[in-house]
Structures are given as C-alpha cells and as structure tokens.
Design a protein around this ligand. Sequence first.
Ligand code: 5GP
Ligand code: ZN
Length: 105
Amino acid sequence: MCIFCKIIRKEIPADFLFENGNVVAFKDIHPKSKTHILIVPKKHIETIKDLKEDEEDEILVGKMFLVARDIAKSLKLEGYQTLFNVGRAGGQEVMHIHLHLLSHQ
Ligand code: 5GP
Ligand code: ZN
C-alpha cells in the first residue's frame, strides 16, 4: 500500500486540515514554502494520466481544487499556487495523486 493510502487510513500520522468521504488534506512533511498542504483523494490513483474519463473522476479532481480554495480561504492566504507533479519525469515522488497548495504567506 502506498504512503498516502496509509496516511488516509491513519496508519501513519499526518497533520490533517480537512477530511470528507472522498478527499483529505494534510501538511506536507517537508514544506517547500511557508504554507505547503497536500490535497489527496481517498481513491488510489497513481498519476493524473490514470484519471478516468468518467463523472466520478471529474468530480473528484474538481473537489480537490475546491478544497484547496477553501483551505486557502480559511488560512487567509491572499495568493497561492496549486500544482500537480505528473509522473517521475514530472517530479512526482508519491504515486498517488495529490494537489500541492503552496504559499509564501
Ligand atoms: P510529489 O513530489 O510526489 O509531487 O510530492 C510528494 C510530497 O509528499 C513531497 O512534497 C513530500 O515532502 C511529501 N511527503 C512524502 N512523504 C510524506 C509523508 O509521509 N507525510 C507527509 N505529510 N508528506 C509526505
Ligand atoms: Zn495510495
């Protein structure tokens, strides 16, 4: 099982900011900016390339951005970046999709 699936199952601790039936968000263990949060679907999908052309995955990815937006708002971030690394060649280390929320604020 991948490390993010273990975090989702609470087998490995993480600093959670959000959880619902489909998505979790927790702080990155090695922050690359003052704020660095990962928004992660509970469903194990390896990369953006593996997303299905179905409503379930469309809604899931849309929800990830809305969670990022809501967390940024709750943290009173005026500006921020949202980023997916895609595949090893794209800098992705954990093969379970996650949206990075980064801010210098
Ligand atoms: P990637 O390079 O795959 O896009 O990003 C993976 C991110 O996950 C990295 O920023 C890394 O610091 C973070 N990360 C890796 N392992 C753990 C972990 O066990 N806990 C947490 N909270 N973050 C992790
Ligand atoms: Zn996983």
